[in-house]
Design a protein around this ligand. Structure first.
Ligand SMILES: Cc1cc2nc3c(=O)[nH]c(=O)nc-3n(C[C@H](O)[C@H](O)[C@H](O)COP(=O)(O)OP(=O)(O)OC[C@H]3O[C@@H](n4cnc5c(N)ncnc54)[C@H](O)[C@@H]3O)c2cc1C
Length: 476
């Protein structure tokens, strides 16, 4: 069942609201006639679709006619309504990625987990390189993220995974010569003083970055559009995809039909709708990729947290938010999934929801109160300070905690990159660099972590071993 056009109006994020000037790309190609054929059609103009188009149009790439389509505008879904972090994983991957699937983990080996860790670190370098090379004016910032533990269990988990990381690095044939530029502090008093988070028990610093995601993705799209073989059509929802003489037809309803050799689904939380129901169910793709809704907000701090006293960079706080200090506007924050479940008690507040038109009042209240209640000496908020805006957005949960990337099993010429578990900014630009190479050369790019590859075997294993996301409905 197609989900587009939507029968509701989405909330507007801080990023979308602050990129409305003449340099933005709202409604780009909205009324243009679609071409009748292409070499590659990319469905979805979020970070995945746009960065893929960017990589495919770089000098030196073989000439291809690339068509990018979106059901709405560029960065209208998760990519334009996220927390702004380009926050690579650090040693915590040795916990959640190596945990068995049957315990809610990724079920991969420690070498695979290290592949992911260093791939994500490289993603930050790649983002920085692109921003510098292209001279993008997108509020890019690079520094360290403070990951703050607020429970004894959180401190223990951080120590345990740090040890596991050191052991894995020592044993690793592939990554043994690499070092993660990160450090930890496990002294409660110092952690509270340095982080300014009440009740902090420990913390780590890990390399991280941020940008204005809506301006960032728009800027990449403009670079891609400088190539005459590339075109972008907004408000062109794809209703269905059909195999056609060794390629695909992409049906955009009233907008027209495009024939293409290759098609890429860059549709994240909305991907399952593009497969016939029986195919999605039989392959396990429908069960593997679940949409879920997150909330975020913009808080204008009192002057106790401005200027010299503003937060330096970004945070991830256990049982709290991911949070960044923007250069001018204030603080963007949103609750982690674990925070939502621990605070509000139900995964039903998150999973299986693909409607971003709503800000649920209890999450608005949480966003309004968090900084005031949890930062040391925050102080009173005057009229105009505090929560200035709140929004929601749809992400995509992959049940085995890893994105699905590559050619869809049984569908020659159809590719996918989706399922980032709310962490796409730390992987996408690097994944799509690999995917662009794959599309052009026909050979998988060896830089992509193996554990991201989509295969029927991986889907089957997840279907057999992963826990259901939602508890059974209570019997009445
Ligand atoms: C509240 C929130 C906070 C987040 N915070 C962070 C963060 O701080 N750091 C981080 O790394 N990640 C974060 N994320 C996750 C991150 O934003 C996503 O992982 C990333 O944006 C996914 O990019 P995407 O392009 O794959 O998906 P999307 O941005 O969702 O793009 C998919 C696109 O496909 C289009 N589409 C879907 N179906 C069709 C169709 N049938 N026809 C045409 N077009 C279609 C949609 O319109 C959409 O534009 C957050 C997400 C949310 C919602």
């Amino acid at each position: 069942m197609p989900v587009f056009p939507q029968n509701y109006t989405s909330t507007v994020s801080h990023w979308q609201a602050t990129n409305r000037g003449p340099g933005s790309l709202w409604d780009h190609g909205r009324t243009d006639v679609l071409p009748s054929d292409a070499d590659i059609v990319i469905v979805g103009a979020g970070a995945t679709g746009v960065s893929l188009a960017y990589h495919l149009t770089r000098p030196g790439m073989e000439k291809r006619r690339v068509v990018l389509l979106d059901a709405k505008d560029v960065a209208s879904c998760a990519s334009g309504r996220n927390g702004g972090h380009i926050g690579p994983a650090s040693w915590e991957v040795m916990g959640h990625l190596t945990k068995p699937l049957s315990h809610g983990g990724g079920g991969v080996s420690e070498e695979d987990a290290l592949d992911v860790l260093f791939f994500e670190q490289e993603t930050l370098d790649l983002c920085e390189l692109i921003v510098m090379r292209e001279r993008l004016d997108v509020d890019f910032w690079r520094g360290y993220r403070l990951v703050v533990s607020t429970t004894p269990e959180g401190v223990e988990e951080s120590k345990r995974t740090l040890d596991a990381y050191h052991r894995a690095i020592k044993r690793s044939a592939k990554h043994g010569d690499k070092r993660l530029d990160a450090s930890a502090l496990f002294d409660a008093g110092e952690a509270e003083r340095v982080s300014r988070v009440k009740g902090a028990l420990g913390m780590k610093w890990t390399p991280s970055g941020s940008w204005h995601p809506h301006r960032g993705i728009t800027a990449l799209l403009k670079k891609a559009l400088e190539n005459k073989d590339m075109s972008f059509y907004s408000w062109a929802p794809v209703a269905s995809l059909k195999e056609y003489r060794g390629g695909w037809t992409v049906d955009c309803g009233d907008r027209g039909v495009i024939r293409t050799k290759q098609v890429v689904l860059a549709t994240n939380g909305y991907t399952r709708h593009l497969f016939p129901d029986d195919f999605a169910a039989n392959t396990g793709i429908a069960a593997h990729l679940t949409p879920y809704r997150g909330h975020a907000g913009l808080v204008v701090p009192p002057t106790t947290y401005a200027g010299d006293k503003s937060l330096k960079g970004q945070y991830g706080i256990e049982n709290g938010p991911y949070l960044i200090q923007t250069p001018y506007a204030g603080i963007v924050l949103g609750p982690f999934n674990a925070t939502v479940v621990n605070t509000f008690g139900s995964p039903r507040d998150l999973y299986g929801i693909d409607d971003d038109s709503v800000v649920v009042p209890k999450f608005r209240e949480w966003l309004a109160n968090y900084c005031r209640d949890n930062y040391v000496d925050w102080g009173p908020e005057s009229e105009g300070e505090g929560l200035a805006r709140a929004w929601s957005g749809i992400m995509c949960h992959s049940v085995d905690m890893r994105p699905l990337v590559g050619e869809v099993p049984g569908k020659t010429g159809m590719f996918i990159s989706a399922g980032y578990n709310g962490h796409g900014m730390a992987t996408i630009v690097n994944i799509t660099r690999c995917l662009a190479q794959h599309l052009v050369t026909g050979v998988r790019d060896h830089r992509l972590p193996r554990c991201f590859d989509i295969s029927q075997e991986r889907l089957d294993r997840a279907a057999a071993e992963c826990l259901p996301l939602l508890p059974p409905e209570p019997k009445l």
